[in-house]
Ligand binder design. Structure first.
Ligand code: BGC
Length: 368
């Protein structure tokens, strides 16, 4: 923000004709760097972001890093060399961006950490969903599905599968869920037979479905040898949920394990219809793109990036200037959208977004 804001402020003081040149959208090139195309959501993010900026006349370059942090750094360096002055980055590894962040900073580019926080002070602002809230919704779903507050002497088994620790969101989502369930674990109502409850133990490299499946299969064969599947499996997102559901269906045909997820991936929505996944936390990514676009426009216009902007974006969005810090402890101005729970009982809510349609076979499809 400081950079474009400084540019915009100095432009205000300069000649009208220089300001007019800068106001030309073609003078601002937008670089969008996303982690992977292997999940539907990032394809949607890429499409919505690029579409918004392009239709407003901005030159836009979009790249996907195949979950490879070095490749992402190369992508961003190329964007800078081609003259990008605004970078919208969803980092593969939020702590491995220092070199590229200083290059961007030196080039005077504005940097928006998109969906995933980057742990570097050069970041101007952060746009995401409230990831701790995503985890809480997952934990609360399990709490209510097992009616844990009224469990009395009943006990249940549960296992955990989280995301990639290189992604800052993984920790927020996992803590949100774990904080809801911890009391029940401490009280002995929930038993984790694997005893794996630390993020580092339950993490899934690259949020990869196959890796989640392999770890789940190991846990099942080591700790669930009595023929009973766990009662619940907390999965931090849909790709990990798909892996865990796969391991469970290989080990226990017809088992009815409560499985959580996040994103609204079509394969998970099909699993929800089939009873192989219980819920997903839905995040309307077009809204994330809308907020990002509004921030960039405000930055370029030299307008304030804060509460008023969050209130004006037309989606449930909170401005938070205090909660998110880069590694050096700098507070990062943050815009956080609200996630919601989808189960087989409210799939219509997804259809109502206009982004999904219900097929005649009873499964949701993408509207595009
Ligand atoms: C995103 C999730 C996504 C995960 C894996 C997280 O940073 O917030 O929506 O499922 O990455 O790509």
């Amino acid at each position: 923000m400081k950079k474009l804001l400084a540019i915009a402020l100095s432009l205000l003081m300069m000649s009208a004709c220089f300001a007019a040149a800068y106001a030309d959208t073609e003078a601002v090139k937008i670089g969008i760097s996303l982690p992977t195309q292997s999940l539907e959501r990032w394809n949607r993010d890429g499409a919505y972001l690029a579409e918004q900026f392009k239709s407003a006349g901005y030159e836009t370059v979009l790249s996907y890093a195949d979950n490879d942090s070095a490749r992402q750094a190369d992508d961003i360096m190329n964007m800078l060399s081609s003259g990008a002055t605004v970078l919208i980055i969803s980092a593969v590894d939020g702590e491995a961006m220092d070199a590229v962040m200083s290059a961007a900073d030196n080039a005077g580019a504005a940097i928006i950490a998109y969906d995933r926080l980057i742990m570097n002070d050069a970041v101007d602002c952060y746009v995401s969903f409230d990831n701790y809230a995503v985890g809480r919704l997952q934990g609360q779903y399990i709490e209510s599905a097992l009616d844990l507050p009224n469990a009395g002497g009943k006990t249940y088994t549960i296992e955990f599968t989280a995301g990639d620790t290189a992604d800052n969101n993984a920790g927020y989502v996992f803590s949100g869920a774990f904080d809801v369930l911890k009391g029940y674990i401490d009280a002995g109502t929930l038993n984790v037979l694997s005893k794996q409850t630390e993020l580092a133990e339950v993490a899934t490299v690259k949020w990869d479905a196959d890796a989640a499946c392999a770890r789940a299969a190991e846990i099942l064969s080591a700790f669930y040898t009595d023929g009973a599947a766990p009662d619940a499996w907390l999965c931090s997102n849909d790709s990990t949920a798909i892996g865990v559901a796969q391991a469970l269906s290989s080990a226990y045909a017809g088992s009815n394990v409560i499985i959580t997820g996040q994103d609204g991936e079509l394969a998970s929505l099909a699993n929800i219809v089939d009873g192989k996944q219980s819920m997903t936390v839905y995040k309307n990514v077009p809204n994330e793109a809308v907020v990002t676009f509004a921030i960039v426009k405000a930055m370029i216009a030299g307008e304030e990036i804060g509460e008023k902007l969050a209130a004006a974006v037309g989606a449930e969005c909170v401005y938070d200037a205090l909660s998110y810090e880069t590694s050096a402890g700098k507070k990062c101005p943050s815009f956080l959208l609200a996630p919601s729970v989808i189960t087989k009982d409210n799939l219509q809510e997804l259809v109502d977004t206009g982004l999904y349609v219900m097929g005649s076979d009873g499964y949701l499809k993408s509207a595009e």
